[in-house]
Design a binder for this molecule. Structure first.
Ligand code: SAM
Ligand code: SF4
Length: 344
């Protein structure tokens, strides 16, 4: 399988720079919109998925990623939907790892719900993956089932064990949910740090229709942080990833805690990333509708010239920032598209 994907190595990187002078060095790729969970803040239980024929093939995904690498992208994050439910996904990891070997890519990583990690952790490590982000919103098995609707906490725990055994560094992501896990955040933090895993908290974002209302789920992280500060000593650290997360060191645990606060703060000025959907739409901003179609140029010609200029043209349209709002007057999601399409 690995040998089936495009073997061509990128030529000398020519970095992409957007109109605001931000260098684009990070590409997130959603390889499927499908998932084996139905998290309440992410999708409705009867979520309609895209027809399979609309998806890019693994070869096309590889080609697009490789052109980005040749244009100066140094970090690739594979996400979804649940990336590890896509058939033959390890072929893509194995193929993309050639850019790590060639020194043209610094990091190949993924965000996963962990349900398939016990099966794939060793293989991911052998493809040069060093770190994984795993989502976990609670340590209570019943609550986990209520949040994810279809998930099994025991499987996720086995996945975390397997990842750590395989030598992968694990970072946990938890969405802060009003009245659901807000009383558990301290426990989650101490547990994660006790196991040598960093934790990042995320504010609910208004992406795609769900069964309920996001205003009922939304918990501002400013409040969470104020509560945590009563029990822990939080010191700002200057760990910048170019994303919306800001980090603190927790003196009592020695671990790092991140806050992703797109709703209460907006850190767009340092944004270094773009996002590719599983159908080949390139979103220059998670919080805006504008996208460029890369599927047509990838399918139009075996040469990468069209694709290359479509990417350059798209980066030239990267907006300055997003304008998310969640309040009672904005009952509908700000954007119709779900996080599972663009990739979180
Ligand atoms: N399925 C994988 C997972 O859950 O980690 C990867 C894709 S998921 C869309 C990526 C991240 O986005 C997860 O940490 C998830 O909790 C978060 N997420 C999904 N929908 C969200 C929303 N509406 N607001 C904030 N975070 C969301
Ligand atoms: Fe699936 Fe991740 Fe969305 Fe949960 S957050 S439904 S695991 S894509």
């Amino acid at each position: 399988m690995p040998g089936d994907l495009s073997p061509s190595l990128p030529s000398t990187p020519a970095p992409l720079v957007d109109p605001f002078g931000r260098g684009i060095t990070y590409l997130r790729v959603s390889v499927t919109d499908r998932c084996d969970f139905r998290c309440v803040y992410c999708m409705s239980e009867d979520m309609a998925f895209l027809p399979k024929r609309d998806l890019l093939t693994l070869e096309e995904l590889d080609r697009i990623c490789s052109v980005f690498v040749s244009q100066g992208v140094r970090k690739l994050r594979i996400t979804g939907g649940e990336p590890l439910v896509r058939r033959d996904i390890m072929g893509l990891f194995r193929s993309l790892s050639r850019h790590l070997d060639a020194g043209t890519l610094d990091e190949l990583t993924l965000t996963t719900n962990g349900s398939q990690l016990s099966r794939y952790a060793t293989e991911l490590a052998s493809c040069g993956v060093k770190r994984v982000n795993v989502s976990i919103d609670t340590l209570d098995p019943d609550k986990f089932h209520r949040i994810t609707r279809w998930g099994d906490l025991a499987k996720l725990m086995a996945g975390l064990d397997a990842a750590q055994r395989a030598g992968l560094k694990v970072k946990l992501n938890a969405v802060a949910l009003k009245g659901v896990n807000e009383d558990e955040i301290e426990t989650l933090l101490t547990w994660a740090h006790g196991r040598g895993m960093d934790l990042t908290l995320i504010e609910v974002m208004p992406l795609g229709e769900i069964d309920g209302q996001r205003i009922d789920q939304f918990l501002p992280l400013s409040l969470v942080r104020a509560r945590l500060s009563q029990r822990f000593t939080l010191t700002e650290i200057d760990e910048r990833t170019g994303g919306p997360a800001r980090y603190v060191r927790v003196a009592e645990t020695g671990g790092t805690l991140g806050f992703i606060t797109p709703m209460t703060h907006n850190f767009c000025e340092s944004c270094n990333r773009v996002r590719l959907t599983c159908t080949g739409q390139l979103f220059m901003c998670l919080g805006q509708e504008d996208a460029a179609d890369l599927r047509a140029p990838v399918r139009a010609s075996a040469s990468d010239a069209l694709l290359r200029s479509a990417i350059e043209e798209a980066i030239g349209r990267k907006p300055k920032g997003h304008d998310f709002v969640i309040d009672r007057r904005h009952a509908r999601p700000a954007l119709a598209r779900h996080m599972s399409l663009t990739g979180g």
